[in-house]
Ligand binder design. Structure first.
Ligand code: 5GP
Length: 182
């Protein structure tokens, strides 16, 4: 049996990565990797489904034991991809999709040249800016920091194998399915 592909979906914060990965749950073309995080669950998030929620100590232990394929800190919380889950799904012939931020995508690139790196691009900078500013509860300082980070993250697009523009969720999902089938 052919080994499953590793597909990494990344892009700037606010571009809509998590909406895409939620939608992909309904499709049988991918296994979605469930990350570890030290962030507290948001309303509606289920442990083991959206994330494995762990303590800082547990996270450090997992890194120490080499159980993370990649890991990064984002907005004060830690996130990481479980190595074993990804490898066994791929060994079973399943395509695995990681929805992760940019520095994690770079780590995957370094260690696995066969991984397909996909950058999710907003239709325009204005659209991304409006999304970041529209998130409601953030202070002006926090919004400014998020905008600065997004600008930096946008510059990483050229490091990726493929770019998909997030005009519409269904279109991006079809694009990913086509890439996985290639
Ligand atoms: P959120 O807290 O909003 O769920 O996620 C924050 C950011 O962390 C998003 O950009 C998301 O893609 C990223 N992320 C989620 N899981 C992982 C992971 O396992 N590794 C890395 N590097 N980033 C992740």
């Amino acid at each position: 049996m052919a080994r499953g592909k590793l597909i990494v979906l990344s892009g700037p914060g606010g571009v809509g990565k998590s909406t895409i990965s939620q939608e992909l749950r309904k499709h049988d073309d991918f296994t979605l990797s469930v990350s570890y995080t030290t962030r507290k669950p948001r309303i509606g998030e289920i442990d083991g489904v959206h994330y494995h929620f762990v303590t800082d100590e547990e996270f450090t232990e997992l890194v120490h034991n080499n159980e993370m394929l990649e890991h990064a800190e984002f907005a004060g919380n830690k996130y990481g991809t479980p190595r074993k889950e990804v490898e066994s799904a791929r060994d079973a012939g399943r395509n695995v999709l990681l929805e992760i931020e940019i520095s994690g995508a770079r780590q995957i690139r370094e260690h696995d040249s066969s991984a397909l790196l996909v950058f999710l691009m907003p239709p325009s900078w204005e659209v991304l800016k409006a999304r970041i500013e529209g998130r409601g509860t953030d202070t002006p300082e926090r919004i400014a920091a998020r905008l600065a980070l997004a600008e930096e993250e946008m510059a990483a697009a050229k490091e990726f194998d493929e770019i998909l523009i997030n005009h519409e969720v269904g279109e991006v999902v079809q694009g990913l399915i086509a890439l996985a089938a290639r």
